[in-house]
Design a protein around this ligand. Sequence first.
Ligand code: TMP
Length: 237
Amino acid sequence: MDIKKLEQRYEGKAKKVYATSDPAYYIVEYKDDATAFNGLKHGTISGKGVINNKMSNLMFQLLEKAGVKTHFVEQLSDRETVVKAVEIVPLEIIIRNVAAGSFSKRYGVAEGTALKCPTLEFSLKNDELNDPLINDSHIIALGVATEKELDEIRTLAYKVNDVLREFFAGIGVKLIDFKIEAGRLPDGTIILADEISPDNCRFWDVVTHEKLDKDRFRHDLGGVEEAYQEMLRRLTL
Ligand code: TMP
């Protein structure tokens, strides 16, 4: 793809986003920086940017094949990918299949408890406010998304869960939970954006329940780089 990287538009905790010579596209660049607990904990996970770029792109391609519209366009290099320029809906869209993390803490449910059905929750993407949980009526009342967009986001999130859960089961990985983000194209279409990687999913080995995700960094469990590498290895076998 003949596209020029222009000025940086945004720098997040794990990625930078650049404008390009074509206003319909951005280039994202994945970093090795890692944060947890809303930036309270900082570190580096060596090689993470390369792994997350490759893994996300594989996941987005798998989802596209399953009929999910995503921002993926083309991988440019180990750390860089061309994506469709979208306006991010400022919501963290979280699906859970098994209790873990903040859900376990909030409801006093042991980590690893299977949920009777997948759950969906939203947090408002706002670092100053610590990404507070937000319900559907608040989202609509505040104009964060319209009712129609929220319906589309819900359908998208459950579909992503169905496709990913089945796929990961096939490589011996249990999809515990994940966070995705949605974006609006200029015509208003809602598509899947951001990334799908061990940074924003919980992955457990099906047999040993070994954690293969960022919880190893969050809770100082060791073997962080190895867990990310293992996920990519299983994806590319
Ligand atoms: P939680 O249990 O801490 O709420 O996390 C649920 C899922 O969302 C888990 O897979 C990690 C992911 N996540 C993010 O990607 N970014 C965040 O800022 C948070 C809090 C969670």
